[in-house]
Design a protein around this ligand. Structure first.
Ligand SMILES: [Zn+2]
Length: 460
């Protein structure tokens, strides 16, 4: 007869095993194909190959530019070569803002010496008058402070210097809390008689590279020019202002808005075998700012979407529902592609989910799911992503390009990467292929492939 302690050990072992089985059985059907997908993504390195090609042979591609037109052709050709289904363009009119041939700024020291400031005109701004603007700088940290100063802003270049909050772990949150200065700085400056807006760059990196981005005007307020200044430039200006003597700055740039141009969203898909009319959209935006190469923002999201389809196709995985890659045009300064995609009538079609990758090329950590029913349904599959450290599923998600689909009740989701480095690159000359790690990019593509495939098989 066996001893009691042995039976107890045996019993506890059985209970433990049962618990483990219960915990993992939900993910089982997808575990081995998830491993295969990751193996193929890392081994082939195709996402990086595509991104290098886009970055070096097309380069940055602001909406309306010849490079953006080239990018449209590039994406269409790429998806055709890979043998995707239904590869086509969906035309859309986009804004055409141009930076112009020069932009410069400097501090005019009382001695007459000039001290250069690295600036970048903000997207959508008017140019400065011929000969530029020379005026005293008024530094503020918020619109509230600016409006309290009121009259003092008259004739000044308003310098918005509130930094992204370094103490926040989520850099997107820090960005969100500072970016009003860039978007609305020109309008707020003009309301109190300011002649221009100069904004501390939205970045987490301390260097001398200015970061551009969208700004807007209000038709009821006088238009004044707006530019971003690098962090080193901004800190120098703050130090000069703090010294107490009036600081005079000259700024000059020739930006302008030209008539709209026809461009397109680029689309390709893997047709569903059982419910082809049910569609899972995955995508990023093909346009970028006219700085760097648009590698992390958002060449990465585009190639990850293409690569996700390629991975499934290469592994012979046939989704029951259609998975569609969409390269949206004009996310940065108009969102016209996202709006056009949502507004287009698609008879007989049902959008199941839309998943965006637009937070950079970094190590994937999981997915944001902006719909509680979809979140409940997808959460049991999180363990499939554990082996690549991407099993963090959170309630709340989406992306700019897919946001217009929310009105139709489509569950919006996004691939969440690690976020500490994204704003080092964002909208600046830093955003080149050198800022992309090929393994992290590939893992993101694989995660997107597995996630979209699970939704295609299971439905929502
Ligand atoms: Zn983006």
């Amino acid at each position: 007869m066996r001893s009691r302690p042995f039976l107890l050990i045996l019993l506890s072992h059985i209970i433990l095993s049962a618990a483990l089985v219960a915990q993992t059985q939900g993910s089982e059907p997808y575990d081995s194909l998830a491993h295969q997908t990751v193996k193929e993504a890392l081994g082939s390195n195709k996402a990086y190959e595509m991104l290098s090609d886009l970055c070096t042979n097309v380069g940055h591609r602001l909406s309306g530019s010849p490079a953006a037109a080239k990018a449209v052709q590039w994406a269409e050709k790429k998806m055709q070569e890979l043998g995707f289904d239904n590869v086509h363009l969906e035309p859309v009119m986009v804004p055409h803002w141009v930076r112009g041939p020069f932009e410069r700024a400097y501090v005019l020291n009382p001695s007459g010496k000039r001290e250069n400031l690295a600036i970048a005109a903000l997207g959508g701004t008017i140019g400065t008058p011929k000969g530029g603007i020379t005026a005293e700088v008024l530094e503020v940290k918020s619109f509230e402070e600016l409006h309290k100063l009121g009259e003092k802003a008259k004739g000044k270049i308003v310098f918005f210097s509130r930094p992204m909050d370094r103490t926040l772990v989520n850099t997107f949150e820090a960005y969100g809390r500072a970016v009003d200065q860039r978007g609305a700085g020109a309008v707020e400056a003009a309301k109190v008689g300011g002649v221009a807006a100069l904004v501390r760059s939205m970045t987490t990196r301390r260097d001398n590279v200015p970061h551009t981005g969208a700004m807007h005007y209000d038709d009821s307020v006088k238009k004044v020019p707006a530019a971003a200044v690098s962090i080193i430039g901004a800190e120098r200006l703050s130090a000069l202002v703090a010294s107490g003597t009036p600081v005079r700055v000259h700024m000059e740039f020739s930006a302008q808005t030209l008539p709209d141009v026809e461009s397109a969203n680029v689309i390709g898909e893997l047709r569903g075998t059982e419910k082809p009319e049910e569609v899972i959209v995955i995508g990023g935006h093909l346009d970028s700012w006219d700085k760097g190469q648009g590698a992390n923002d958002d060449g990465a999201g585009c190639v990850q979407s293409i690569e996700a389809l390629r991975l499934l196709k290469t592994l012979g995985l046939k989704p029951k529902r259609t998975i569609r890659a969409v390269m949206f045009m004009n996310e940065e300064n108009g969102l016209r592609g996202g709006i056009a995609y949502a507004e287009k009538q698609r008879p007989g079609e049902k959008a199941v989910a839309a998943i965006e990758s637009d937070m950079g090329s970094f190590q994937p950590v999981g997915f944001g799911i902006g719909d509680s029913a979809a979140y409940e349904k997808l959460l049991p599959w999180a363990p499939v992503f554990r082996f690549l450290n991407a099993d963090h599923f959170q309630l709340g998600g989406g992306g700019a390009d897919i946001s217009p689909l929310a009105r139709q009740g489509v569950p919006l989701m996004d691939l969440i990467p690690e976020v500490q480095r994204y704003f080092d690159y964002h909208h600046s000359d830093n955003d080149t292929i050198e800022g992309v790690n090929e393994r992290e990019l590939a893992l993101g593509a694989a995660a997107l492939a597995i996630f979209s495939y699970i939704i295609a098989q299971e439905g929502l």
